[in-house]
Ligand binder design. Structure first.
Ligand code: PXP
Length: 240
């Protein structure tokens, strides 16, 4: 079963915001990612709008022909209102604090069960699939089912960090967490620091993986692989 690739385009917005203006064009990037074969687009709006803006999310929702996944922290009312307005195919709930550089931990599905049940109900009543970001810990993955979530997104930073050292050791906790989540009826997503090198082994080890969302490494690769062509385009403009 192929796993869906959802491209996180936050990094493109970060580049745009560094100069103001509209270059690169985030909406065009979303259209192009879909045209080039992405199975979905992921955005992660944060309250300070330092990369994807709330207005981008509204614009992108109009051009989505694949699967739209909006990630964020539902303790922000602004985020909940945006998701309910846009009604993406999936919302991924992430417990990140407002100024955090990037997501760095998953939900405690045991301690936060009551809160998660309530907020997940809000999204599910609106017909939105809900995935929750979790660390690869068996009891956390098992308890995720009681929150009402449809899926868990396994937080893969540790896997990615340890992959080169010992990939079998790096994947072990993920295989166990994935297994117990599946046995409890949850679908499996994954994300964070996945790249061309570590992705295949992750997929091979967790064959029922439904979706990965990848941003940083994929956009960096797009720069590397695109540079050769782009330098030629500029050189051509400089001939005589
Ligand atoms: N999943 C979540 C919850 C994230 O916060 C991020 C980063 O925004 C990703 C996946 C994608 O991570 P990366 O940019 O390292 O591919």
């Amino acid at each position: 079963m192929p796993t869906k690739l959802s491209v996180n385009i936050n990094k493109i917005a970060t580049l745009r915001n560094s100069r103001g203006g509209d270059n690169p064009d985030v909406i065009k990037a979303a259209i192009d990612c879909q045209q080039f074969g992405a199975d979905g687009i992921t955005v992660h709006p944060r309250p300070d709008e330092r990369h994807i803006r709330y207005s981008d999310v509204r614009e992108i929702s109009k051009i989505i022909t694949t699967e739209f996944n909006i990630e964020g922290n539902p303790t922000e009312d602004k985020f909940v209102d945006l998701v309910l307005e846009v009604k993406p195919a999936q919302v991924t709930l992430v417990p990140d604090s407002p100024g955090q550089l990037t997501s760095n931990h998953g939900w405690d599905t045991i301690k936060e069960k009551g809160y998660l049940q309530q907020i997940i109900g809000v999204f599910k009543n609106a017909g939105i699939r809900v995935s929750i970001f979790v660390d690869p810990i068996e009891r956390i993955a098992a308890a995720a089912a009681a929150t009402g979530a449809d899926r868990v997104e396994l937080y893969t930073e540790d896997y990615a960090k340890n992959y080169r050292k010992d990939k079998d050791a790096a994947i072990a906790a993920y295989v166990k967490a994935a297994d117990i989540a599946t046995k409890n009826g949850l679908g499996l997503n994954a994300g964070h620091d996945l790249d061309r090198e570590n992705l295949r082994f992750f997929k091979q080890s967790i064959p029922n993986l439904l979706e990965v969302s990848i941003g940083h490494a994929l956009i960096a690769d797009a720069l590397y692989y695109g540079l050769e062509n782009v330098i030629q385009l500029y050189k051509r403009a400089l001939i005589g």
